[in-house]
Design a protein around this ligand. Structure first.
Ligand code: GLC
Ligand code: CA
Length: 546
C-alpha cells in the first residue's frame, strides 16, 4: 500500500494510508516452470490448437525433390525438421488435389486424390506419419463451395438436364436467377457470375472463376457427398480443416453470406469432426469486421476463425503512431466472440501481399506486426516465408496473387535449395539475403527474431489461452497489455513511435510481482499500483511478472 503525506503522529499510529488509492495486488512469487513439459501438456488433448503455432504451406513453392521446379509432398516431408526448429506445431496445407489450376488449386477436380505435380496418396500418408512422429499436426484445405469444371460431378451435371447429377450445381435458363442471385451479377473477380454451358444450354453460377462452378447444397446428395469428403481425409489421419469461403455454400435470392442453411450445414460438418478425436476446423471468415458469427454457441461450429481485421489490415495502424488502433480488433473480438472462442491470427496469406509489402518495407513494422500476432489472443498462423521476410515476386502465372506465392528460399546458390531445375515461378527479390541459410547465421535477421519469439512463447499457457487486459498507458503511442492464465502473468509493451523512445505511466496496472524482461528491450518498474514502462523507438518487450 502506498504511503502518502501525513503527520508523524498518524504514521506512528500505523494507519496512515491513502484511502482513495486502490489496494495493490498481494505480492506473489510464481516459480519458473519446466517449459518443455508445459509445452507437451498444452499441445496434448482437445485444446491443442489454442497453444499451437500454425504454418500455412504452399506445397508448390516449398521444396522440389524431382527437379521439375514444382514443390512436392516429399519435399515438404523433408523440411519438417526445419519447421520444428522454427517452433511450428501444425501445418495448413493449401489444396494438394488434382486441379486444372485456374485458381491455384482452389479449383478441385478430384476431392479424393493428390495432384500428380505433388505426388501420390502414399506420399501424403508418409507426410502425415512423419509429421505426427514429430508432434506436428496437419490440416488440409477443404474447398466446399465449388469444384473445378473438370470435376467428374460437374462433367456429369453439365451433360444434360436429366442426368443423376443434373441438380448438383446451380443452373438457370437465364444469366441470372431470382432465387439464387445472391444479390450480385458479378463474381468475386468482377466478371459475370453466370456462364452459359453450350451442351446443357443453361447457365451455371460461379462465385469465383468460371472454372469454379458453385455446388448446389440444397440438394441433399451434395450435402452427403461433401461430408463424405471430410470423412475421407479424417480417416486418413488429418487433424482438421481450413474451410475455404465456408460462408458462401448456400445461395438465396438476395444474400449468400452465412445464411441459416449454411450455418446448419456447418453444424453437421462439426458433428462429423466430433466423431473423431482432437480434430479442429478453422473458418476463412468473409467478414473483415470480425469472426464472432463463426463460433455458433462456442461448441457447435468452428474451433477457430480468422481475425482479418488485424490479420489483413495491420499495415494501416502501423503506418501511424496510435497504439489504440492496434488494440482495437482485439478489443472488438473480446467484446463480440462467445466465451472460449479462439481467433486464428495471420499477418498475411496466399491471398494478400507479403507482410514485407504491407509493412512498406520497414523492418520494424513487420517485426512488430508479428510480435502482436504472437502475443495477442489468437492462434498464430505464419504464412511460409514470413519468418524470412520473403520479398514479393513479379511474375504472374495464374493471377496477381502470385506475387506472394514465390518459392521458399533455403540456401545460397543456384536454385536456393528449392529446386535443381527451373522454378515454376521466378524467385522473389533479394534471394541472396532472404534465404534460411543466410538468416540462420545472422542473429539480427527476421528468422532469428521469429525463432526467439516462438521459443519464449512456447510452453506458456497465458499466450494460447490467457485473458487479455489492455492497460491504460498515459502515452498514446505505447501499447501495454497483459496476458494471464491460472498462475502466470505476462506484460507486453509495444512502441508505435519509430523515431523516439518513450516512457509512460500505467495507472492501475496493479501487477502482483516484479517484472523480468524475457524478450526485446525496455524496462518495467512497479510504483505501487501503477507501473512505469520505457520502450525504445519501435520497441517491443515481453516481461514475466514473478
Ligand atoms: C479463398 C481462397 C482463395 C480462393 C477462393 C476461392 O478465398 O483463400 O485463394 O481464390 O477462396 O476458392
Ligand atoms: Ca516436383
Amino acid at each position: 500500500m502506498r504511503l502518502v503525506a501525513c503527520s508523524l503522529a498518524l504514521l506512528l499510529a500505523a494507519s496512515c494510508k491513502n484511502d482513495n488509492a486502490p489496494a495493490a495486488a498481494p505480492e506473489v512469487r510464481y516459480p519458473e516452470k519446466d517449459r518443455a513439459a508445459e509445452a507437451s501438456r498444452l499441445l496434448t488433448g482437445a485444446d491443442w490448437y489454442r497453444h499451437a503455432v500454425f504454418y500455412e504451406v504452399n506445397i508448390r513453392s516449398f521444396q522440389d525433390t524431382n527437379g521439375d521446379g514444382i514443390g512436392d509432398l516429399k519435399g515438404l516431408t523433408s523440411r519438417l525438421d526445419d519447421l520444428k526448429a522454427l517452433g511450428v506445431d501444425a501445418l495448413w496445407l493449401m489444396p494438394m488435389y488434382p486441379t486444372p489450376f485456374v485458381d491455384s488449386g482452389y479449383d478441385i477436380a478430384d476431392y479424393q486424390d493428390i495432384s500428380p505435380d505433388y505426388g501420390t496418396l502414399a506420399d501424403f500418408d508418409a507426410l502425415i506419419a512423419a509429421a505426427h512422429a514429430r508432434g506436428i499436426r496437419v490440416m488440409t484445405d477443404l474447398v466446399l463451395n465449388h469444384t473445378s469444371d473438370q470435376h467428374a460431378w460437374f462433367k456429369e451435371s453439365r451433360s444434360s438436364k436429366t442426368n443423376p447429377k443434373a441438380d448438383w450445381y446451380v443452373w438457370s435458363d437465364t444469366p441470372s436467377d431470382p432465387n439464387n442471385g445472391c444479390g450480385t451479377a458479378n463474381d468475386t473477380f468482377g466478371k459475370d457470375a453466370w456462364k452459359l454451358d453450350p451442351t446443357r444450354n443453361q447457365y451455371y453460377f460461379h462465385r469465383f472463376y468460371a472454372g469454379q462452378p458453385d455446388l448446389n447444397y440444397r440438394n441433399p446428395e451434395v450435402v452427403k457427398a461433401t461430408l463424405d469428403v471430410a470423412r475421407f481425409w479424417l480417416d486418413r489421419g488429418v487433424d482438421g480443416f481450413r474451410c475455404d469461403v465456408i460462408a458462401l455454400l448456400y445461395e438465396s435470392a438476395t444474400k449468400c453470406d452465412f445464411i441459416p442453411e449454411t450455418q446448419a450445414y456447418i453444424k453437421q460438418l462439426r458433428a462429423v469432426l466430433d466423431t473423431y478425436k482432437d480434430r479442429t476446423m478453422v473458418a476463412e471468415s468473409t467478414d473483415y469486421s470480425g469472426s464472432s458469427a463463426y463460433y455458433g454457441s462456442g461448441k457447435d461450429m468452428f474451433h477457430m476463425a480468422f481475425n482479418f481485421s488485424y490479420g489483413y489490415l495491420w499495415g494501416l495502424p502501423f503506418a501511424g503512431t496510435l497504439a489504440a488502433s492496434v488494440a482495437k480488433p482485439f478489443e472488438q473480438a473480446l467484446a463480440k466472440n462467445p466465451a472460449g472462442a479462439q481467433d486464428a491470427l495471420p499477418i498475411g496469406s496466399h491471398d494478400v501481399n507479403r507482410a514485407f509489402v504491407a509493412a512498406r518495407e520497414i523492418e520494424s513494422r513487420w517485426l512488430r506486426a508479428a510480435f502482436v500476432q504472437m502475443t495477442m489472443p489468437g492462434t498464430p498462423y505464419i504464412y511460409y516465408g514470413e519468418e524470412l521476410a520473403l520479398r514479393p515476386g513479379t511474375q504472374v502465372v495464374v493471377d496477381g496473387r502470385d506475387v506472394a506465392r514465390t518459392p521458399m528460399l533455403w540456401s545460397k546458390g543456384a536454385g536456393f535449395g528449392f529446386t535443381t531445375g527451373k522454378p515454376w515461378i521466378a524467385f522473389g527479390a533479394d534471394p541472396e539475403k532472404t534465404n534460411l541459410e543466410a538468416e540462420k547465421a545472422d542473429p539480427k535477421s527476421t528468422y532469428s527474431f521469429y525463432r526467439k519469439l516462438l521459443a519464449v512463447r512456447r510452453g506458456r499457457e497465458a499466450f494460447g489461452a490467457g485473458a487479455l487486459k489492455i492497460l491504460p498507458a498515459d502515452d498514446s503511442s505505447v501499447l501495454v497489455y497483459t496476458r494471464s492464465s491460472n498462475d502466470e502473468t505476462y506484460v507486453m509493451a509495444l512502441g508505435m513511435d519509430e523515431e523516439d523512445a518513450h516512457t509512460t505511466t500505467v495507472a492501475g496496472a496493479n501487477l502482483p510481482g516484479d517484472a523480468q524482461l524475457l524478450f526485446g528491450e525496455g524496462t518495467l518498474t512497479r510504483e505501487g499500483t501503477s507501473a512505469k514502462v520505457t520502450i525504445p523507438a519501435a520497441g517491443m518487450a515481453i516481461f514475466r511478472v514473478r
